[in-house]
Design a protein around this ligand. Structure first.
Ligand SMILES: NC(=O)c1ccc[n+]([C@@H]2O[C@H](COP(=O)([O-])OP(=O)(O)OC[C@H]3O[C@@H](n4cnc5c(N)ncnc54)[C@H](O)[C@@H]3O)[C@@H](O)[C@H]2O)c1
Length: 319
């Protein structure tokens, strides 16, 4: 529940989860994972068999402005999770499996496509990417030294209803809705492997069922790409977004998109292309993304229209 973006969105998600998870024993506990005592207490209280660790300071560009937050959450916080697993293991309450969110950003400006888990990931082009790569290394050392079996899931541009407002599909929508101008990076010459949130969730749940088998050194450690295996041109993505925003009634039919676009050079920390080789996740986890960009953006636009439509009735906040 940090303030990186509108906390109202996080509260909304929590209400949604609580409304459907009444039977499952879902509990929300608010705290900071960079606080070691907090993390230790949670592990003592719940003694988890499976840990799915998704919390992080996300965002590539923000890591240039607020590096500390990345070190605190993605390095110190991540390490606290591993330490808590280790402590439980020493008490004989060994968590079976530690899963965590990795990122396609670790591939940097990899020239070879599609990006495979076997590719080198030694040249991160942002601090965010460097922290995500570091968390993989920390996880490996804990798997090797203390037998904490772990699976890292490198997500590729995850999007969907109630997603992150700093990501292009959402921030473009906010700007266009407010009659602003959107910036098209690298003059539109970018490609992204967009992955719909439901497909990512299927991948996480499948991975949680598959404890990594020991490698030749006896280490239970695995990394998978979770992407769509279908990179889309930035300009094709913009066209789909435009169509769906009109379709959902967020923008009028005669909206002049071209006059709201500014073509700008590549931004520091950004990469030209992301493209996932998902054959390992397909073979080991049965991971097969089902959602096309058209369908996914349509669902986002419908959610956006409903969410901000209702919000508008109650208050007149700027979006
Ligand atoms: N969305 C994507 O395209 C994408 C791509 C690659 C990887 N990821 C990774 O997936 C995970 C989820 O990302 P998201 O896009 O949902 O971002 P998000 O910012 O919506 O979710 C991350 C959550 O972690 C919480 N958090 C951050 N620091 C914390 C701390 N110190 N203590 C407790 N909570 C803390 C934040 O409050 C936030 O709610 C992250 O690990 C991110 O790096 C996301």
């Amino acid at each position: 529940m940090n303030g990186y973006y509108d906390i109202g969105l996080k509260e909304y998600r929590l209400r949604e989860i609580c409304s459907v998870e009444t039977e499952s024993g879902f509990e929300f506990v608010k705290g900071d994972i960079s606080d070691r005592n907090f993390v230790t207490e949670i592990f003592d209280r719940y003694e988890p068999q499976i840990v799915i660790h998704l919390a992080a300071q996300a965002g590539v560009r923000y890591s240039l402005e607020q590096p500390e937050s990345y070190i605190q959450s993605n390095i110190v916080g991540f390490w606290n999770m591993l330490e808590a697993c280790r402590k439980k293991a020493e008490e004989g309450k060994h968590p079976e499996h530690f899963l965590y969110a990795g990122s396609s950003s670790v591939y940097g400006n990899n020239k070879k496509v599609p990006y495979s888990e076997e590719d080198k990931t030694d040249c991160p082009v942002s601090l965010y990417a460097a922290t995500k790569k570091s968390s993989e290394l920390l996880a490996y050392s804990y798997a090797r030294l203390f037998g904490i079996a772990s699976t890292g899931l490198r997500f590729f541009t995850v999007y969907g209803p109630c997603g992150r407002p700093d990501m292009a599909y959402y921030s473009f929508t906010n700007k266009l809705k407010n009659n602003g101008t959107i910036q098209i990076y690298n003059y539109g010459r970018c490609k992204r492997d967009f992955t719909y949130i439901d497909d990512i969730i299927s991948g996480i749940l499948a991975a949680a069922q598959v404890r990594p088998v020991p490698d030749e050194n006896g280490v239970r450690y695995k990394i998978y790409n979770l992407g769509n295996n279908r990179p889309e041109n930035l300009m094709d993505f913009v066209k789909i977004l435009q169509r769906e925003l009109v379709h959902a009634g967020i923008l009028p039919k005669d909206f002049d998109f071209e006059s709201h676009m500014e073509y700008v050079p590549m931004q520091p920390g950004d990469v030209e292309m992301t493209y996932a080789d998902i054959s390992a996740a397909e073979n080991d986890l049965g991971f097969r993304p089902q959602t096309s960009l058209e369908e996914g953006i349509c669902k986002f636009a419908e959610w956006y229209a409903a969410y901000y439509g209702e919000k508008r009735e109650g208050d007149n906040d700027e979006i």
